[in-house]
Design a binder for this molecule. Structure first.
Ligand code: PXP
Length: 244
């Protein structure tokens, strides 16, 4: 039997809103997705309110919070606008991500090391409001050290390089994730991980004992088109549990 702590699954429901917004109406509603996730074994809801509102909209946040008791993890850029929204909604957690308008998705980690002065007041104000701050960073030692200096209680390790690595590079990328999860935990920071995770690549990451939470979105919503959200979340949950 595994001695490591259970691994939480945060389901990112952004792309339910992407499909809704393709037609500009109300269907499919990300709130319904959040309710299904709550009913079928998800541990949290993750949503990224982007500057251009291309998927989640402001009013979705309050509706998601009203509809489920699951903790909401708000992904946000480090801007005054997003800070004000986070302070208004008071999600359980806020994950600070880098954001560039032209990118298709969050392409790299946050440069916590290079942006200390910009991030410090935002981390402090979120923390003072009782919001658990997470920094979405590449699995690099200098970024963990920067997270420590910023007093962030959580880092989310960007698994994109691992997910997109060639067969030859994958073991190296996995080792970086495992080493940085261990370094974070040793320093009292809770490591999470996410980006680009699928049924096929989730288990080696889920097996890293210090990782406490995975945040998974695009693949789960894509699979849900074929099998339904309950089934896609259930299968991911089972794969994660089997890896622990
Ligand atoms: N975690 C963070 C911080 C992200 O920005 C994203 C993508 O929005 C995810 C997890 C989920 O990534 P994916 O949609 O590739 O599963």
């Amino acid at each position: 039997m595994s001695l490591s702590r259970p691994l939480r699954l945060g389901v990112n429901i952004d792309h339910v809103a992407t499909i809704r917004n393709a037609r500009g109406g109300e269907h499919p509603d990300p709130v319904r997705a959040a309710e299904i996730v709550a009913a079928c074994g998800g541990d949290g809801i993750t949503a990224h309110l982007r500057e251009d509102r291309r998927h989640i909209r402001d009013d979705d946040l309050a509706r998601i919070q009203a509809a489920t008791d699951l903790p909401l993890n708000l992904e946000m850029a480090a801007t005054e606008e997003m800070l004000a929204i986070a302070l208004r909604h008071k999600p359980h957690a806020a994950c600070i991500v880098p954001e560039r308008r032209e990118e298709r998705t969050t392409e790299g980690g946050l440069d916590a090391a290079g942006q200390h002065n910009r991030l410090a007041p935002i981390v402090a104000r979120l923390t003072d409001a009782g919001i658990r701050v997470s920094l979405f960073i590449a699995p690099e030692e200098r970024q963990i050290e920067a997270a420590l200096r910023l007093r962030a209680p959580v880092v989310e390790l960007h698994t994109g390089e691992y997910a997109h690595a060639s067969d030859e590079e994958r073991a190296t990328e996995l080792r970086k994730l495992a080493d940085m999860a261990a370094l974070a935990a040793k320093n009292g920071i809770e490591p999470h991980a996410g980006h680009g995770l699928t049924y096929d690549n989730v288990q080696p990451v889920a097996a890293i004992p210090q990782v406490a939470e995975l945040n998974i979105g695009h693949y789960l919503i894509g699979e849900a088109v074929f099998v339904g959200l309950e089934a896609s979340v259930g299968r991911m949950r089972a794969l994660m549990d089997a890896a622990r």
